[in-house]
Design a protein around this ligand. Structure first.
Ligand SMILES: [Zn+2]
Length: 259
């Protein structure tokens, strides 16, 4: 499972200016450690842990600097949405060849440069809107809990008062891994799609950008090789079907241009 996220897309490598692959801990995770308690922690704890794991990812990947063209572009696209629906979002670009984007329970949004190479500004907003939907709907928090369990972090790290703030670098790497392996149910995915659609609509963006983003994802994921894209969409309903759903909604809302 972890391998798919680490798979380099050959065409992405050819087109992207980035050369590094997204990095995660090399140690395999998945086995639930002996004696690991079911992690029961609050929203705040989930956010705190997510922040630590994202800090770890930031430290181990090439983050585009403030003057980097990718950052400048993402600022232009996303800066006005930093406080969306009461969420406090922070965002960065990873200069990596993998095509992906994610949002974590603490409001961290990370967009991969190879995805930015593929998408228009509004298509990126559609994808980011979808990811924000996962945070808003608490999917990210629930995924954090599941990731914490999967990362096999020992009892020592989860004290009676909750999650200790003393996770080792290696444990954080494991946690980052487990977060990236998170998958959501189809219901969660379609609700996040709804959120993304409403996000575009609310801000007067072209909602059809969501349909075209899905079509691009579909085209990218249809190769022979198991790609990062498939990983990104593994639990998602078929991208073609998602595009159709968006088109239907847009028609109903009278938002299809040229109709
Ligand atoms: Zn999703």
């Amino acid at each position: 499972m972890k391998k798919t996220i680490l798979t380099t897309l050959v065409f992405a490598a050819a087109l992207s200016t980035a050369s590094a692959q997204f990095k995660l801990n090399s140690k395999a995770v998945g086995a639930v450690g002996k004696g690991v308690k079911a992690a029961t922690f609050s929203d705040e704890e989930a956010a705190k842990l997510a922040k630590e794991a994202v800090d770890w990812m930031d430290a181990h990947n090439t983050v585009a600097g403030p003057k980097d063209a990718y950052t400048v572009r993402l600022n232009k696209i996303f800066d006005k949405h930093k406080n969306e629906e009461g969420l406090n979002l922070n965002y960065k670009v990873y200069k990596v060849v993998d095509i992906n984007a994610f949002a974590c329970a603490d409001g961290s949004v990370r967009v991969f440069s190879a995805l930015m190479d593929k998408m228009t500004d509004e298509e990126l907003l559609a994808i980011i809107g979808h990811e924000i939907g996962h945070v808003k709907n608490h999917d990210s928090r629930d995924a954090m809990r599941a990731a914490f369990k999967r990362a096999a972090i020992s009892d020592a790290a989860s004290s009676q008062s909750g999650v200790a703030n003393t996770l080792s670098q290696s444990q954080l790497g494991d946690l980052a891994n487990a977060i990236m392996e998170s998958s959501y149910s189809r219901k969660q995915e379609s609700e996040a799609d709804d959120f993304g659609y409403d996000f575009l609509k609310k801000h007067n963006y072209d909602v059809m950008a969501m349909a075209s983003a899905f079509k691009k994802l579909q085209a990218l994921g249809s190769g022979d090789k198991k790609s990062t894209m498939q990983k990104m969409m593994s639990s998602h309903p078929d991208s073609g079907a998602r595009a159709e759903t968006v088109e239907k909604k847009a028609k109903k809302d009278g938002l299809v241009k040229g109709n």
